[in-house]
Design a protein around this ligand. Structure first.
Ligand SMILES: Cc1cc2nc3c(=O)[nH]c(=O)nc-3n(C[C@H](O)[C@H](O)[C@H](O)COP(=O)(O)OP(=O)(O)OC[C@H]3O[C@@H](n4cnc5c(N)ncnc54)[C@H](O)[C@@H]3O)c2cc1C
Ligand SMILES: *[C@@H]1O[C@H](CO)[C@@H](O)[C@H](O)[C@H]1NC(C)=O
Ligand SMILES: *[C@@H]1O[C@H](CO)[C@@H](O)[C@H](O)[C@H]1NC(C)=O
Ligand SMILES: *[C@@H]1O[C@H](CO)[C@@H](O)[C@H](O)[C@H]1NC(C)=O
Length: 504
C-alpha cells in the first residue's frame, strides 16, 4: 500500500514536472530572464527598484540606472559650517519596514532623537506649548482639546495597522497593477474613499473639533507637506504618523541608503538625462525579432541611446521635473500633469529673535520647534533647531546660535531673515518641487504605462514619503517579474488578507 502510494506519488510528480516545463502558474518560470533593464531616477524609488529587481531576476540581468543629478534625489544633505544636515526627506517612521531593512542590509547606522519642545504659533501668540514634563503635556492637551489627541492617535493607529498589510503581501511576492488596487487590498473602500475626500472633511466627519484641527492638525500638515487640511485624507494620516515618537534617520544622511542600494544591486549608474523613450523591434543575438525600448539620453551635449527589455520610470513624470517624451507609442502614453508643491528649505546659523513668537525674555525661551497655523500670515511654515546627520541630539545650548531649519513657500528675503533672527552668520537654501499638490479626489497615474514600461511615482498621489517610494519599487519589481513570466495569479489577487492570515 505504502509502496504503491509512493510510486503513484512519484509518477504524479514526474507528470507535474513535465507539464510545468511549459509553464506552471506561480511556480518555476522558464522564460529566460530579460537581458537588460533600465531604471530612470536614482532616488530611493529607483535604487530600491534596482535592489528588488536584482532579487527577482537574478545576477545575469544587466541593470542600468539613469540619474541626471545626484544619487539620492529628494534625499539630500546641505553643509552648514562643516556639518551636514538633511535638506529633503529627513525622518523615517519606526514602522517603515523597507527602510529599516535597507539600513540593516547595508550595515548603516541610525540616529534618533529630534527632541526639544514644540510650540504652535497663530500669528499673534503661541496657542500651544509643549512642556518637558510628560504629565504636564497630557494635562495641557486634555485641558485644551479634551480627548481629541488620544482619538487622533487611535485614528492613525488603525490606518497604520491596515497599511502594514503591504509587507505581508510583498513578502509573499504579490503585486498590484494600479495604486488603487494596492490601496484597496490594504484598506478596502475606506482607503480609496480617503483619496476622494479632504483631510478636513474626513476628520470633521470623525468628530474632531475645529480647535484641535486648526491648532494641531493643520500645523502638522504645514510642516510635513507645506499644505493645508485640503490635502487628501490618506496623506493626512501619513503626515500625522510623521508626528509620532520614535522617528529616526540614517547616520551620515538618508541618501546613503540610495548609494548603498545602487552598489549592492550591482547596477550600472549612467550619469545622464533621459529625454526620449521609444518602442522598437530589434533582432537579438538569438535571432528572434523582439520588441524593446530605446532609451535616448544626454550626457552633456552628447546624445546616446541603448535598448532595454524592461524600463522603470522612478521620477515624477511631468514637464517641469523629468521631462521625458514617449515617442511613437500607439495609443500614446498619457501625459500626467500632477502639479508639485514648491517648498524651500533654508538653514540658518544664528540667534532667533524669539520675542517675535512670545513675550517671554530671550533666555527664558526654550522651544526648539515652532509650527504655524494656517491663518498665521507668517512667511514661514515652520522653524526648528536641527542636529547634523552625525549627531544624536541638537548641540548643547551653551554655544550661541543653533542651526535652524526653516520651511517656506518662497525663498526668504534678507529682510525676512533679519525679522526672524537677531543675528546670523550663515544661510543656505534649497528650493524643491517637493511632493504633489494634493487636491482630492485624486486620480492616481497608471503603474503600467505600456507592456514592459512601468511608472513608480504614481503612488505619490496617495502620499509622498520615502517608504511609499520603496513600496512602489518593490511592487513594480514584482509586477515586472510576474508579467515577464506570465504569473497572472500573483497580480491583483483579491482577498489576500484573509488568504494569508491562515498561512504563516
Ligand atoms: C523638503 C522635503 C521634505 C521631506 N520630508 C520627508 C520626510 O521627513 N520623510 C519622508 O519619508 N519623506 C519626506 N519627503 C518625501 C521624500 O523625500 C520623497 O517622497 C522621496 O525621496 C521620493 O523619492 P523618489 O526616488 O521617488 O523620487 P526622487 O528622489 O525625486 O528621485 C528621482 C530622481 O530622478 C532623477 N531624474 C529626473 N528626471 C530624470 C531624467 N529625465 N533622466 C535622468 N534622471 C532623472 C532626479 O534627478 C532624481 O534624482 C520630503 C521631501 C521633501 C522635498
Ligand atoms: C472616488 O471618486 C471617483 C471619481 O473621482 C469614483 O470613481 C470612485 O468610485 C470613488 N471611490 C470611492 C471609494 O469613493
Ligand atoms: C522638455 O524637453 C524638450 C526636449 O525634449 C525641450 O524642448 C523642452 O524645453 C523641455 N521642457 C522643459 C520644461 O524643460
Ligand atoms: C525682535 O522682534 C520683535 C517683534 O517683532 C521686535 O519688536 C524687536 O525689535 C526685535 N528685536 C531686535 C533686536 O531686532
Amino acid at each position: 500500500m505504502g509502496c504503491s502510494a509512493g510510486q503513484l506519488g512519484s509518477s504524479l510528480l514526474g507528470l507535474w514536472l513535465l507539464l510545468c516545463t511549459w509553464g506552471c502558474p506561480g511556480s518555476a518560470e522558464l522564460r529566460a530572464p530579460p537581458d537588460k533593464i533600465a531604471i530612470i531616477g536614482a532616488g530611493i524609488g529607483g535604487t530600491s527598484a534596482a535592489y528588488y529587481l536584482r532579487q527577482k531576476f537574478g545576477k545575469d540581468v544587466k541593470i542600468d540606472l539613469f540619474e541626471r543629478g545626484e544619487v539620492g534625489g529628494r534625499l539630500a544633505t546641505m553643509t552648514v559650517r562643516g556639518q551636514e544636515y538633511e535638506a529633503g526627506g529627513s525622518v523615517i517612521h519606526p514602522l517603515n519596514l523597507h527602510m529599516k531593512r535597507f539600513v540593516k542590509d547595508l550595515g548603516l547606522s541610525t540616529v534618533q532623537g529630534f527632541g526639544g519642545l514644540m510650540g504652535i504659533y497663530n500669528g499673534e501668540t503661541l496657542v500651544f506649548e509643549e512642556s518637558s514634563w510628560f504629565i504636564v503635556n497630557m494635562i495641557k492637551l486634555i485641558w485644551h482639546y479634551g480627548f481629541q489627541s488620544l482619538r487622533m492617535h487611535m485614528w492613525v493607529e488603525d490606518i497604520l495597522d491596515k497599511f502594514m498589510r503591504i509587507y505581508r503581501y510583498q513578502s509573499h511576492d504579490y503585486a498590484f497593477s494600479s495604486v488603487e488596487k494596492l490601496l484597496h487590498s490594504l484598506g478596502g473602500d475606506e482607503f480609496l474613499g480617503m483619496l476622494n475626500r479632504t483631510l478636513l472633511e474626513t476628520l470633521q466627519k470623525a468628530g474632531f473639533s475645529e480647535k484641535f484641527l486648526n491648532e494641531i492638525v493643520a500645523p502638522v500638515m504645514r510642516v510635513n507637506y507645506g499644505q493645508s487640511m485640503t490635502i487628501n485624507g490618506f496623506v493626512g494620516a501619513v503626515s500625522m504618523a510623521g508626528a509620532d515618537s520614535g522617528l529616526w534617520a540614517v547616520e551620515g544622511g538618508n541618501k546613503l541608503v540610495c548609494s548603498g542600494l545602487l552598489q549592492s544591486s550591482k547596477s550600472n549608474l549612467i550619469t545622464g538625462s533621459v529625454i526620449y523613450i521609444e518602442e522598437k523591434t530589434r533582432t537579438k543575438r538569438t535571432g528572434n525579432p523582439t520588441k524593446m525600448y530605446e532609451v535616448i539620453y544626454q550626457i552633456g551635449s552628447e546624445t546616446r541611446s541603448d535598448f532595454y527589455d524592461i524600463v522603470l520610470v522612478a521620477t515624477p513624470l511631468n514637464r517641469k521635473m523629468s521631462n521625458i517624451t514617449f515617442l511613437n507609442f500607439d495609443p500614446p502614453i498619457e501625459e500626467f500633469h500632477q502639479y508639485y508643491q514648491h517648498i524651500v528649505t533654508t538653514f540658518i546659523k544664528g540667534q532667533l529673535n524669539s520675542t517675535l513668537f512670545s513675550s517671554r525674555a530671550l533666555d527664558k525661551f526654550d522651544l526648539s520647534t515652532i509650527l504655524t497655523t494656517d491663518n498665521s500670515d507668517l512667511f514661514i511654515n515652520s522653524i526648528g533647531i536641527v542636529s547634523s546627520v552625525t549627531e544624536n541630539n541638537p548641540q548643547p545650548s551653551t554655544e550661541r546660535g543653533h542651526v535652524w531649519k526653516i520651511f517656506s513657500q518662497e525663498i526668504l528675503t534678507k529682510e525676512q531673515i533679519l525679522k526672524l533672527f537677531l543675528s546670523y552668520d550663515y544661510a543656505v537654501k534649497q528650493p524643491w518641487l517637493a511632493y504633489p499638490h494634493y487636491k482630492p479626489p485624486e486620480k492616481c497615474p497608471s503603474i503600467i504605462l505600456h507592456d514592459r514600461l512601468y511608472y513608480l511615482n504614481g503612488i505619490e498621489c496617495a502620499a509622498s514619503a520615502m517608504e511609499m517610494s520603496a513600496i512602489a519599487a518593490h511592487n513594480a519589481a514584482l509586477l515586472a517579474y510576474h508579467r515577464w513570466n506570465g504569473n497572472t495569479d500573483m497580480i491583483d489577487q483579491e482577498g489576500l488578507y484573509e488568504k494569508l492570515k491562515t498561512e504563516l
